[in-house]
Design a protein around this ligand. Sequence first.
Ligand code: FEO
Length: 167
Amino acid sequence: MNTTIEALLNSQIKYEAQASLQYLAMASWADAKGYNGVSDFFYSQSDEERVHMSKLIKFVNERGGNVIIPALDKPKDTYEGLNELFEKFLESEMFVTEQINHVIFECLQQKDYNVHNFMQWYVTEQLEEEAMARTLLDKLNIIGADKSGHYLFDRDINTIAANHTNE
Ligand code: FEO
């Protein structure tokens, strides 16, 4: 396996693992605050990121590359409220998108069309996740500091997310 691409895929393994851990911390924060819907949402996002990570691990191993299981940073686990929580969620997804675009760019530079093809799944996935994070943050910005709005957001978030994925 091309060593530049191998290093980039290992970095990507770390970013997906870090996102999974971050969303777990977000789920736990929401759980403790009584936002059960938001908590379920982030538990499930955390699981999805773990799948993104393991898919990469399996791919690198299948291609005969050397996988490095990374050490992770402690995730942020306190938030001022739902608005900050979802701002951080969007930030995290935008960061991952940027990194995936970087991998894709290098695949073309290195003429590694096999990895380029594999990474297309991530491109599609990121488009969906980033759009969903934006939709949820837009809704929270409309709600502002209204407590009953937050109650309804928490009640409806998983329906909003499911409809978004099915669009
Ligand atoms: Fe797998 Fe949403 O980054």
